[in-house]
Design a protein around this ligand. Structure first.
Ligand code: ADP
Ligand code: MG
Length: 563
């Protein structure tokens, strides 16, 4: 798609909006944004957008609407309808971010279960954008508190879900009270008969924009599976989580019952996990979501239906505790990671008889699964240990607050050597793991061909293996070197250099830290006082930019540039 290479700067958005995007680190538009933003900016034709979650729809409709709102008119000019209260809050928050530098534009979230008077108050104050669930919006209209007579844009977000939730009647009532002249923008993950019907009844000759599931960042997702006996499913899950200490993801189960069971076991085994399914009250769900967003919860265990409400974009992993019935559902699940250009991993636990299901998924997904072994106890201990060491290294030290205790600490530990001290601290934290995994058996029922390279995720496993690092270490060979002649290099610059104590070893450690960069060929390395240039296999370009751009070194955030 050529329009995909468009930039936000080239879209006739105001400098204020562009500054907001810069703060959000939105660098390039997603495919649906490149299609939809110019369309809304340049015309008033109705629009029907078909795209899965996570494709960036909020900015796709939000930015061009904000751009065109008249800030001096203190009346509702855009109405955004969405199915849930969480989404409503999320969209309102996104709009706040988009308008950070745009004066005099305000959005109000309107949903049931919270104070109506506050919402009315904001409307009174002249909010130009109302974001609401159909029930409460209709309520406010009926009470004469909300006037839609001046709206120019009507957005139906996640329209399929709104219809599924039985909001059709409310929608009709609301839409009947809106002006003929408005532009209607409908977004849905699927093109169901219901959607077609609404489009026919409520839209004028809409332009249809479809972002196919293949282009929704699927390229950033690696698909891997382990094969175990059904009875070892939970043990396999634990090991997959353990080999990825920084996992932030969703574990999918098929039924509510499994969801509850798996979550309960994980919690009992001390994981920061939580279940989310239909039996959970709205309040509890909001609370869980907040904690998940803040990463107090690392793992959500969910059914497919409940996972729709999990609106988080930087998931590192999707774990299929069980495969879903339909291949499309798998594609949808795995599309929850690898969003907005970031890399993601979808892990699946299967038993021997489920290989056929994988083939069916591969054929609709047009991508292959890689088999991997259930991580061994040793690999897990390494990953955990290196994660701990990394955390220790990057922890900020508050010298002032520590000061009063230093004497006491020194008198207790002062006689230990540097080496002993390290060992004591690590053991204090780590013995629990060593103990659990010192003697576990291998539970893979089928082994992969590529032993070392194929486990779990970005586990810290490869780092710091002392003398035996050759196998793990990205090869540093000149690009003129023999046997590697086909490799194309790209040159990068990292914002750390000799002055920061950075060097080739630190670079390799950083690369080894990221499973996705394993095996990458590194060319020349040039460490300068303030920065470091290096060459790397061009095929890993996106991964290099995204992974190394997230690293920190001795407390400094590392930036990466293409040199
Ligand atoms: P959708 O509504 O399609 O499910 P969202 O609008 O919620 O998707 O966007 C998904 C995630 O991607 C959000 O966290 C959002 O901040 C992020 N995002 C959207 N557009 C971009 C972009 N152009 N660059 C980087 N991140 C983006
Ligand atoms: Mg959305």
């Amino acid at each position: 798609m050529s329009s995909n290479s468009q930039s936000f700067e080239g879209m006739q958005l105001s400098p204020e909006i562009l500054s907001g995007l810069k703060d959000l680190k939105f660098e390039t538009p997603t495919p649906i944004q490149s299609e939809v933003i110019p369309e809304i900016l340049s015309g008033s034709r109705d629009l029907l957008g078909i795209a899965q979650t996570g494709t960036g729809k909020t900015a796709a409709f939000g930015l061009p609407i904000i751009e065109q709102i008249d800030p001096n008119k203190k009346q509702v000019q855009a109405l955004i309808l969405c199915p849930t209260r969480e989404l409503c809050m999320q969209i309102t928050k996104d709009i706040k971010h988009f308008t950070k530098y745009v004066p005099k534009i305000a959005a109000v979230a309107i949903y049931g279960g919270s104070s109506m008077s506050q919402q009315v108050h904001k409307l009174h104050d002249g909010a130009q954008i109302a974001v609401g669930t159909p029930g409460r919006i209709k309520d406010l209209i009926n009470r004469g508190r909300l006037n839609l007579g001046n709206i120019q844009w009507l957005v139906l977000d996640e329209a399929d879900d709104m219809l599924d939730k039985g909001f059709k009647e409310d929608l009709d009532a609301i839409l009947d009270g809106t002006p003929e002249t408005k532009q209607t923008l409908l977004f849905s993950a699927t093109m169901s008969p219901w959607i077609q019907k609404v489009a026919k009844q409520r839209m004028r000759n809409p332009r249809e924009i479809k972002v196919s599931s293949e282009s929704q960042g699927a390229d950033n997702v690696e698909h891997k599976y382990v094969t175990v006996h059904a009875r070892d499913r939970y043990a396999a899950l634990r090991r997959l989580l353990d080999v990825n200490p920084d996992v932030y993801g969703i574990v999918f189960c098929r039924t509510r019952r499994d969801t509850k069971e798996v979550a309960a076991k994980l919690i009992e085994d001390n994981y920061a996990a939580q279940a989310i399914h239909g039996d959970i009250s709205q309040d509890e769900r909001s609370d869980t979501m907040t904690r998940f967003r803040q990463k107090d919860i690392q793992i959500m265990v969910a059914t497919d239906v409940a996972a729709r409400g999990i609106d988080v974009s930087d998931l590192t992993h999707i774990i299929n505790y069980e495969l879903p019935d339909s291949p499309e559902t798998y594609v949808h699940r795995s599309g929850r990671t690898g969003r907005a250009g970031k890399a993601g991993i979808s892990l699946t636990i299967i038993h021997m008889k489920e290989h056929g299901k994988l083939r069916r998924i591969e054929s609709i997904m047009k991508k292959k699964f890689t088999q991997m072994d259930v991580p061994t106890g040793k690999a897990i201990c390494e990953a955990q240990l290196m994660s701990l060491v990394h955390r220790v290294r990057t922890t900020e030290v508050d010298h002032e607050k520590l000061k009063p205790y230093l004497d006491a600490i020194h008198s207790e530990l002062g006689d230990l050597s540097h080496d002993e001290l390290i060992k004591h601290f690590i053991s204090a934290e780590f013995n629990r793991f060593l103990k659990h995994y010192s003697n576990v058996k291998d539970i893979s029922t089928q082994k992969s061909m590529y032993e070392d390279r194929n486990y779990g995720g970005q586990g810290r496993g490869g780092q710091g293996r002392g003398g035996q690092r050759q196998g793990q270490r990205p090869q540093q060979g000149g690009h003129h070197g023999q046997g590697r002649k086909d490799i194309q290099f790209r040159t990068y610059k990292l914002s750390v250099g000799k002055q920061d104590g950075f060097g080739p070893k630190a670079l390799f450690d950083m690369i080894n830290n990221n499973q996705s960069l394993k095996g990458i060929e590194i060319g020349g390395i040039h460490v300068q006082p303030k920065d470091t240039k290096f060459e790397a296999d061009a095929r890993y370009h996106d991964k290099v930019m995204s992974f190394l751009g997230r690293e920190s070194y001795r407390g400094h955030k590392v930036r990466i540039f293409e040199a």
